[in-house]
Design a protein around this ligand. Structure first.
Ligand code: SF4
Length: 369
C-alpha cells in the first residue's frame, strides 16, 4: 500500500487550515478502548489496512528523510484519533513506544497527547525521558473534569482524573514539559471544569489548552443522559450552533457563542492568576483570550528546533518571527521537505488562502473577546 500525505497529516478544512500550526500526526491504532461518550475522533477514523510493523516502517522512512532537510522538522502529534497508550493495545503491540524510539533516533519532535498513565511506567517513561533529555517532547494530558463521578460517566474506561493529575506532577518533577488539555468543555459542568483547570495548574501544568465540545444531535443526547440531564432541555438551553462556520447544514454542533465566550473568560481569569497561559484549540481566533505569544499547541515548550506553519493569526494580525527553537514556515520553504510533508503543507496553505478571500467566513472566525 502506498503511504501518502493523509497518513501523516490531517485533511485540509476551514478549522484546521485556518488555525492549526502543525497538521502532522502519527496514529498508532485505529480503535480506542476508552469509549468516551463525546469522542469526536470516531467520525474521522478509517479502518487502516496497516499492521503495526508497516506503520513503524513508514514512520521510520519519513523521520529519516526529515534528517536530510536543511530546515527543522515540524512536530508530530502522537496521536489525534485514538489514545496512544491505551493499555490493552499498547502493552501488547508497543507501537507508540516504538514511535517514540524512532522520533528519538531521528530527532523528530513529538507532542504526546494522552489520558493514560501507562506513559509514566517503564519502558514508556524511559523512552519519554530520553526524548525530554533531547528537548524533543511536550506531553499534553487530557482532562475533562477531575470529579470522578463525571469522569466515570463520560470517559468510562479511561484512567481516573486523579491518576492523570499525578502523571502531570510526576512528569513536571522529572523535567518533562507537560500541559493539560481541558477538553471538551461541556455545557452543564462548567464549575467542575474550572476546578479541573485549577487542579491541573496546582499539579504543575505549564499551561492549559481548552477546546469546546462538538457533537451531533444524537451525541448531545448521549452526553446529556450521561450527565443525568433532560436531553430535550439540554438541547434547548445551550442553543447549539453549527460547528463549521457559515454552514447551517453541518451535522456537528457546538455550544453557542456567548456560552463559549463566558467559559473562556472564566478560565482565562483562573489561568492568568497562576501566571500561566491559556490557548484555545479549533475554535476560531479569540484575540484577547487565547494567548498568541504561543501557538495553540504551546509548542514553545519543545526546546529542540521545529517548524510551524502560518495561520489566520499571522495573516490577519501580526507576522511571527522565527525563534531559536521555532522556525516559521513560508510557502517558499515547502519544497525543501519530503513530498509527504510539502504536499500537506501546500494543500493547507491553499485552503488558508481561499479562507482569507471570504469576508463573511472571516467575520465568523475572528472574535475580539
Ligand atoms: S480517549 Fe480520545 S480517542 Fe479514545 S475514546 Fe476517548 S476521546 Fe476518543
Amino acid at each position: 500500500m502506498k503511504i501518502d500525505w493523509p497518513f501523516f497529516a490531517i485533511k485540509p478544512s476551514i478549522t484546521i487550515s485556518s488555525l492549526c500550526y502543525s497538521i502532522f500526526r502519527i496514529e498508532p491504532y485505529t480503535s480506542c478502548t476508552y469509549s468516551c461518550v463525546f469522542c469526536y475522533a470516531r467520525w474521522y477514523r478509517k479502518p487502516l489496512p496497516l499492521t503495526s510493523p508497516q506503520i513503524l516502517e513508514a514512520w521510520k522512512r519519513l523521520a529519516n528523510s526529515l534528517r536530510n532537510v536543511d530546515l527543522p522538522p515540524p512536530f508530530f502529534r502522537l496521536s489525534t484519533l485514538t489514545e496512544p497508550f491505551q493499555e490493552q493495545l499498547e502493552a501488547r503491540h508497543r507501537t507508540s513506544l516504538n514511535i517514540m524510539r524512532i522520533a528519538h533516533k531521528h530527532e523528530v519532535p513529538l507532542i504526546v497527547n494522552t489520558k493514560s498513565d501507562l506513559i509514566g511506567k517503564s519502558p514508556w517513561i524511559d523512552e519519554l525521558l530520553r526524548l525530554a533529555d533531547k528537548n524533543l517532547v511536550l506531553v499534553q494530558v487530557s482532562l475533562t473534569a477531575t470529579d470522578p463521578e463525571i469522569s466515570k460517566a463520560l470517559e468510562p474506561n479511561a484512567p481516573m482524573p486523579e491518576r492523570r493529575l499525578k502523571l502531570i506532577e510526576y512528569l513536571k518533577g522529572h523535567d518533562v514539559p507537560v500541559i493539560a488539555r481541558l477538553q471538551p468543555l461541556i455545557p452543564g459542568i462548567e464549575r467542575p471544569q474550572l476546578e479541573a483547570a485549577r487542579k491541573a495548574l496546582d499539579h504543575g501544568s505549564l499551561g492549559i489548552i481548552v477546546e469546546p465540545l462538538r457533537e451531533t444531535r444524537d451525541g448531545l443526547i448521549k452526553v446529556a443522559k450521561a450527565l443525568r440531564k433532560d436531553p430535550e432541555e439540554y438541547l434547548i438551553e445551550f442553543k447549539w450552533e453549527p460547528y463549521v462556520p457559515s454552514s447551517s447544514d453541518s451535522e456537528l454542533l457546538r455550544p453557542n457563542l456567548e456560552w463559549r465566550r463566558e467559559i473562556f473568560q472564566e478560565l482565562h481569569a483562573v489561568i492568568s492568576r497562576y501566571g500561566r497561559i491559556m490557548t484555545i484549540c479549533k475554535n476560531g481566533l479569540w484575540l484577547n483570550l487565547s494567548s498568541h505569544d504561543a501557538d495553540c499547541c504551546q509548542s514553545q515548550y519543545i526546546k529542540a528546533p521545529h517548524s510551524i506553519r502560518e495561520t489566520l493569526y499571522e495573516r490577519l494580525v501580526r507576522s511571527r518571527e522565527s525563534l531559536p527553537n521555532i522556525h516559521v514556515l513560508h510557502e517558499e520553504h515547502f519544497m525543501r521537505y519530503p513530498r509527504i510533508i510539502r504536499r500537506a503543507l501546500k494543500l493547507h496553505h491553499n485552503k488558508l488562502r481561499k479562507i482569507l478571500g471570504k469576508k463573511d467566513l472571516l467575520n465568523e472566525l475572528v472574535h475580539y473577546a
